[in-house]
Ligand binder design. Sequence first.
Ligand code: GLC
Ligand code: GLC
Length: 826
Amino acid sequence: MRFGHFDDEAREYVITTPHTPYPWINYLGSQEFFSLISHQAGGYSFYRDARMRRLTRYRYNNVPTDTGGRYLYVNDGGDVWTPSYLPVKAELDHFETRHGLGYTRITGERRGVRVETLYFVPNGENAEIQRITVTNTSDAAKTLTLFTFVEFALWNALDDQTNYQRNLSVGEVEVEMDSPYGSAIYHKTEYRERRNHYAVHAVNVRAAGYDTDREAFTGEFNGLYDPQVPLSGVSGNSIAYGWYPMGSLSVPVELAPGESRVITVVLGYLENPDEEKWADDAHQIINKEPAHELLGKFATTEQVDAAFADLGASWTELLSRYTVTSTDPKLDRMVNIWNQYQCMVTFNMSRSASYFETGIGRGMGFRDSTQDVLGFVHLVPERARERILDIAATQFPDGSAYHQYQPLTKRGNLEVGSGFNDDPLWLIAAVAAYLKETGDYSILDEQVAFDNDDALADTLFEHLTRSFQHTVTHKGPHGLPLIGRADWNDCLNLNCFSTTPGESFQTTENQGGGVAESVFIGTQFVLYGADYAAIAERHGLPDVAAAARTEIAAMKATVEDSGWDGKWFRRAYDFYGTPIGTDEDTEGKIFIEPQGVAVMAGIGVQSTDPTAPEFAASKAALALDSVGEMLGCEHGLVLVYPGYTTYRLNMGEITTYPPGYKENGGIFCHNNPWVIIGETVLGRGDRAFDYYKRITPAYREDISEVHKLEPYVYAQMIAGKQAARMGEAKNSFLTGTAAWTFVAASQYLLGVRPDYDGLVVDPQIGPEVPEFIVTRVVRGATYEITVHNSGTPGTRARLTVDGNSIEGRLVPYAAPGTTVRVDCTV
Ligand code: GLC
Ligand code: GLC
């Protein structure tokens, strides 16, 4: 069942009913000011840091879920309703929400009044704009009153939810009914002391009245669904003194039949220099100059429309670097629009603010952010460079890493500790992706601090060396890498042994033994070690490259030997040296993580031609066959099978989840692409594409009532085959799945990937997509690649470049400004 449809031309998802199975959200903003907005106008806004500079309030765990947002109440001769359906829930004659790239447009119509609101954050501005178009669709004159609504948060979102003894006394506002461009409400809590920032909520017309005290607006016993002021039709002109400051402005609107009127609402964030904080110091009247300047930029509809056009143009430019035109519209819309869009959202948000992440919990993850780079490096290479250097500067001198860092300060924090032994290797992955995309080797010579201490700075290349060496010097009894606190799987905590409720599985090591090993890190080391060696070579260090390759060969042999279980790769060895992820166990027999990455790294690969006799017996093919058989279900590949039914002290958090959920046998979408890529390595594009379709939202749109979350973005997890509600997704938007599925689809299924010395063209997508054209802009040149695809397993691409056939599948990089035509037959 669907709740809307894609509009590919407009690059929108169109939701046609308010009754989706969960709030379906979008993000506004891509620089410093951000908003979350659901299809019912729920959500909130913040400046740079969702925890420290929260502008508006949102209550997680609310009933119903999505209560709180920026709302517009319409009083039409006593009939009060909200065009976003929530919060009033009056039935609408027409409802539609269009989520687009950095904007959302919500339309509601009732009893001859249509209200369409376009929400967006203009490029370069710290403001959310609402362009509201009210139309009288009836044949009688209408006299309406509109009431805007926004509830302010007292800046620090954590404190805002916890410290009521103080906060209910500090709220302060100012009202400016005759502002130069209409009427405005200023939220200035704590501005009197150490803050130099405030928020403004304004309309571009002279309002009839205002409210700034939430209780006066709703009435003592009413809620947002039946607030007294809109019901009465007249603003209370209330001033907040503490309690709950909010902003509402009322605007009377008279409309002849067929007539429309456009009104603009602005929510802005402003700062003043310390010496210019006040317009009137004695009366503590704030300096509103920067707010007036902002409001002056959006005073007319023409100004608003120009800013909106500019936003669209910047997205068109961004998304032009990788496009595909194929016979499969679902594939095209994911690759061209939504998957890349989601990659940008992960770049902006990391894992901070979504409808599943509160914006107060996590800093940026070392491993998460480095992997995110893989998905956006082609979109914003300069910003990827900066991100890489910021992350590298939090690395410890011994190569290990803080697991998280704070985006505002760019410093590592120990909230989730350190000692996750996969972390260092992801830095190599990010730098390799950056070098392949840009060819900018100067990044390797950048001086980068260790532990944010400039006195310890060394080159970025030295950082990579310490990442590589960290694995070399931290091996266990089998010669496999020590796992430390955990590896990619945060919940595989082999040294924790926790019996205390609430104790952190990730930061507690109750039995430090230094023996628990990770096969996964072994595979990761072989994969990214090869990049380290390639980079060392290009950095003029052939001896370093050769020594690295010796280490890699040794690890490869170890994984094939101690890491092999008979039909798949094992997952780990625990504190006692007992294997995890083995057929000998009753549960947790096979894990997904090492299988895909091993094959990506070439471990156990004897042939890439499935018809060759040695193929079938290869460890790679056996492992991926086992994945398909044991981990596969219609909704994707589960992480582990069978999931654990009891708590295992020696394994930690993974066994705390009910079987079928999260790391304990959920479909953790992040690592499905590793198997997808592995299948393309083995020349089995048909299987790869099949797995891709199982988790990719556009292909799941028809089962939205099961999937529950947005059909345009990936979720972190889909409940697995042991779950009671198999197929139900959770944690949409902020997940490494975005980057990895984009890599899998663009670089391996469609097969166009930048390498160090040229663009590889090597599609493996099976027979369902017989013809397609990829346009790829890289290093300033444009490659137009036309693919004729038989989809026969094991067939590899043959290429002609500008009419000449070439050996192999590497198209050398062309001069910037040129267009290269590649013809590819598979
Ligand atoms: C979450 C974390 C990520 C981790 C994964 C598996 O997605 O953000 O760092 O790798 O869970 O535990
Ligand atoms: C990751 C996992 C989650 C776990 C958390 C611990 O986000 O997905 O299951 O609770 O890490 O930090």
